[in-house]
Design a protein around this ligand. Structure first.
Ligand SMILES: [Zn+2]
Length: 87
């Protein structure tokens, strides 16, 4: 049977994706019997979801800021930005 350290390392490093069938089954069996590792894996999933949500918000805010800059630029014209004025 896999140790707690082996199971948590496999989950933390995404090593399960590349592990053999036997190792993946061993990790699942370990999680069925070990509440500490279950808790660790659950917390790892929550942290991952929080980070993904943070990046989604950041991307959305960045896109909104870019759109606002483009709209301001179109509305105010190039002279408002100190740029060249075409005649
Ligand atoms: Zn364990």
């Amino acid at each position: 049977m896999l140790s707690c350290k082996e199971v948590t390392t496999l989950h933390a490093t995404e090593g399960l994706e590349h592990a053999s069938w036997r190792t993946r089954m061993g990790a699942r069996l370990h999680l069925l019997m070990c509440k500490h590792c279950r808790r660790y894996v659950r917390e790892l999933a929550r942290i991952g979801a929080a980070v993904r949500a943070l990046y989604a918000v950041t991307d959305e805010a960045r896109d909104e800021a870019l759109l606002r800059r483009v709209l301001d630029s179109v509305r105010d014209g190039p002279s408002a930005r100190g740029g060249r004025t075409w005649r």
